[in-house]
Design a binder for this molecule. Structure first.
Ligand code: SF4
Length: 430
């Protein structure tokens, strides 16, 4: 048996035990169903194992030489290439992706830009400190899930932080309070006990709640009698009391707090609220955790920041980084691209139809280990090894702690890692 980190989600549980016969992982202990699925991908039916090129409308198996020649042809004819994805690749491949974008004067973004990547910049602006998993396990007495269904998106998170006994606490679940703020009664509500607080907020009204709490921080007794956003006055008082009385509270921000319009900056106002609470309460403090989904989404931010000083949305021109306000979304909206390289993600399924349609209308080069709607629409498909099982490398957990992944199996014959594929493309285009 061997102990390895699981790459099923951004919690990157490092307590998974596996047994292997050298070809398959046949024993898995400690992983949740989501984690187990990740190991099942090794031999799944939708596994990609051969490079493919579209010929007469159909994808056909070809040699790596032919596939790379076709990639070169597309990139040589391109003046505005897009690169997107990289959240399920290791940091080494992410660095290669940035190197390739620089070489071909492309625009590169990771999934973090449409997830919680922007919250990192807001944390910097507002002076908010993000906390770590160890800190939460060992010290926390208040957990707030705001717009996050952790029980399903990061299945073992609550096991580790809610049902555990921390190093600096004599007791466990019995002294921990969980507050869930969500318009949907998700599976996470199932962990609630008497002392906890379930707040079914009206959809899209988080900002109203945050502003009322900010007001209360500045002027006591200002809660509206009729409540706010579907939360009555009594619940508001309990929420405020918990936030002000926590010795070591953490607010987990999930994707439910993301808003498409830049002028509606819910996360910024929430961070300002955290600052106000921490100024006002002298007993303890509240910190923040960002619950991203993909296991190395924050790795791209780290690598991009260290290589370029910017954590996402990099535009290169004359092989130099240039300023841009664009993101992957605005680039596609404006039709400001002529081909794309998609690594380990499925934007054709995830993006709104109007964007997917535009993306699919220009040559798509897909690097992935599984078939998807995006690989089905691709001009070229390059099969990759599964990072964390067939390939080692560095990744960053949701709390920005680096974790080393292990290689436990060889990839199928002829299948390369993301890093090797990107490197071969760089070599090919000369
Ligand atoms: S919680 Fe995430 S990292 Fe942990 S076992 Fe489940 S899928 Fe894997």
């Amino acid at each position: 048996m061997e102990r390895i980190p699981c790459t099923g989600c951004s919690l990157l549980c490092d307590d998974i035990l596996i047994g292997t016969d050298g070809l398959f992982v046949d024993k898995i202990y400690g992983a949740c169903l989501k984690g187990k699925e990740r190991f099942d991908q090794v031999s799944s039916k939708n596994r990609l194992t051969s490079p493919m090129i579209r010929k007469s409308g159909n994808l056909e198996n070809v040699s790596w030489d032919n596939a790379l020649e076709k990639v070169k042809e597309i990139l040589n004819a391109s003046s505005k290439p897009l690169l997107y994805g990289f959240s399920t690749s290791n940091c080494e491949a992410q660095a290669k992706g940035i190197q390739l974008a620089k070489k071909i004067n492309g625009f590169i973004d990771s999934n973090s830009v449409i997830c919680l990547g922007k919250a990192l910049n807001i944390a910097k602006e507002t002076g908010i400190t993000l906390t770590t998993l160890a800190e939460i396990i060992n010290k926390t007495d208040l957990i707030v899930l705001w717009g996050s269904n952790a029980a399903e998106s990061i299945p073992r998170l609550l096991n580790k932080i809610l049902f555990s006994r921390g190093k600096f606490r004599m007791t466990g679940r019995e002294i921990k309070t969980i507050i869930i703020i969500d318009p949907v009664k998700t599976a996470s509500f199932g962990v609630m006990q008497l002392r906890d607080l379930a707040l079914n907020i009206h959809t899209g009204k988080d900002l109203d709640l945050i502003r009322v709490l900010k007001e209360e921080c500045c002027k006591e007794g200002s809660f509206p009698k009729e409540g706010v956003a579907g939360i009555d006055e009594e619940e508001l008082k309990r929420l405020f009391l918990n936030l002000m009385g926590a010795e070591n509270g953490v607010i987990f921000i999930g994707q439910g707090l993301l808003r498409p319009l830049p002028e509606v900056n819910v996360i910024k106002e929430l961070f300002e609220l955290v600052n106000l609470i921490n100024l006002k309460q002298n007993k303890g403090r509240i910190s923040v955790g960002l619950l991203g989904g993909h296991y190395n989404m924050f790795g791209f931010d780290q690598i991009s920041l260290s290589l370029t000083g910017k954590n996402h949305s990099l535009q290169f021109s004359n092989n130099e980084l240039v300023n841009t306000e664009d993101t992957i979304i605005t680039k596609i909206e404006k039709d400001d691209f002529d081909c794309s390289i998609i690594v380990g993600t499925d934007p054709i399924s995830h993006f709104p139809y109007s964007l997917s349609k535009k993306l699919a209308s220009k040559p798509l080069i897909v690097i992935d280990n599984r078939k998807s709607a995006t690989s089905d629409m691709a001009e070229i498909v390059l099969p990759s090894a599964i990072t964390g099982i067939e390939c080692e490398g560095l990744v960053y957990r949701f709390d920005h702690v680096p974790i080393e992944l292990k290689k436990i199996l060889n990839p199928p014959s002829g299948v390369l890692t993301d890093e090797e594929i990107l490197n071969q493309i760089i070599q090919k285009i000369g």
